[in-house]
Design a protein around this ligand. Sequence first.
Ligand SMILES: Cc1cc2nc3c(=O)[nH]c(=O)nc-3n(C[C@H](O)[C@H](O)[C@H](O)COP(=O)(O)OP(=O)(O)OC[C@H]3O[C@@H](n4cnc5c(N)ncnc54)[C@H](O)[C@@H]3O)c2cc1C
Length: 507
Amino acid sequence: MLKNNIQIVWFKRDLRITDHRPLFEASLNSIPTLPIYIVETDYWKQTFSSTRHWSFIHDSLKELRKDLKNLGQTLIVRIGSVKDVFEDLSLQYNIQSILSHEETGNKWTYDRDNEIQNWCHKNNILLNEFPSNGIVRCLKNRTGWSKIRNLRMKEVVISTPTNLTPIIKIEAGKIPFKNDPIFKNNHSGIVQKGGRSEAIKILDSFLAVRGKNYTYNISKPGITEQTCTRLSPHLTWGTISSKEILKLIKTKKESLLESEKKIWNKNLTAVISRLSWRCHFIQKLETQPSIEFKCMHPYYEGIRENNFDIHFYNAWKKGFTGYPFIDACMRSLNYNGWITFRMRAMLVSFASYDLWLDWRKTGYHLAQTFTDYEPGIHYSQLQMQSGVTGINTLRIYSPIKQSMDHDPRGKFIKKWVPELANVPDTWIHEPWKMDLYTQKKLNCLIGKHYPKPVVDHKDAIKQAKLKLARILSKDGYRHGSNIVLNKLGSKRVKKNQKKIDNQLELL
Ligand SMILES: Cc1cc2nc3c(=O)[nH]c(=O)nc-3n(C[C@H](O)[C@H](O)[C@H](O)COP(=O)(O)OP(=O)(O)OC[C@H]3O[C@@H](n4cnc5c(N)ncnc54)[C@H](O)[C@@H]3O)c2cc1C
């Protein structure tokens, strides 16, 4: 039987039809186009995946399907391994090419992409992969990277195709729900709504009103949920591209009245920088995929792995460490799937320095919990906040200072740690300092109704600093740092290197 020619557009973490080069290129050919999303059963068994991610993807696929239908060919959904699905399709069709975006993911997706590349090669199928956002493939070191990235961000937004040549008679396939047994790691709590229209809606509301106090509120949990862009899961799963966001910010900047400039300019500039950090961190994983598993500076290997204390881990993960602000942040994160940057950094700092837990183990909990789990940012940040890169200032956060600075009246704490609801402001940051009489009067016995601190912060940090100082003074440490710096460091980190040596920053 003569097989019909087709081309496949393989959707991965790019769930949109605008600024989507693979789809646009496909639309220029008259060959029937098969747009596909594959629910990879093995991926969903991995420790970094969770139903929280799937719920967001599910919303996004439903919209993507609708949008593709309007172009003339619905989204095809298949379940299984990508290779098996493509094999199966190749029995029915003559696949001429597969078009997709390059993906900078974890080792699992990297291995899968290699497998597909080999399969295409063996079967004489053209695999056409296009760059994603500002990430540059096959870059040896960071020289010149930002120039390429910035040029890419200035390119025009790729138009939405007007139509696709459809495939005759093909079953669309169901988009599974999160309670399907495919999805192993269940996550309760709420999930930010996915889908392209939601991305546009929240970006519009940010640019109209919400962004006015972006930088002012950025570290205030309980408020920042409304004043940050909240675009992170949309960028992770690709319902909108960085370039599209930058273009809309630019339009906003150009339309500002003189009287509005003072309020808006600094906020918009701050978002623009963060979008460039985004690419900067993902580029690290692209250049050195081993950072998912290995410390950037090899001298930090082995420092925490054998100290894993499961009781500490569970206390941290569930929000029962006895430090009210840490517990409030973790419980809020577990419920909402999002917390602002500083609080993510503080949670990791507490786990890595106070509890001396290995970042690889704590990182899995956070990966499952964040709706926006983006491997490149995630592993780079975990390593930075655990002090194992060798090129960044070691930042140790005090849970008490952070609490006083960012939740002075304990409003956020009381919301998420109701055990402390009656505790007055004086004690809310350090309830263990209440005398027994006060504890009884408030019906909040420390050690019974709310835990005692799992560790003494000051003692724990003293120990952590001693351990770190020993590493910093080892022969060859600086040489190791220079290797990391050349391969992964930004210009700013390079400039600051002198200041960084042997410096601990206590926040
Ligand atoms: C330990 C740790 C793990 C993190 N893991 C992730 C992750 O898996 N996925 C993720 O998207 N972000 C991660 N971040 C970065 C940051 O916390 C989130 O991007 C941000 O809180 C998302 O909220 P927003 O979209 O409202 O961001 P906004 O503050 O509104 O910023 C706009 C966009 O800029 C990017 N961005 C913001 N801050 C950073 C940053 N510090 N580094 C890189 N890009 C940034 C994000 O894409 C974000 O959507 C992590 C930070 C830490 C400390």
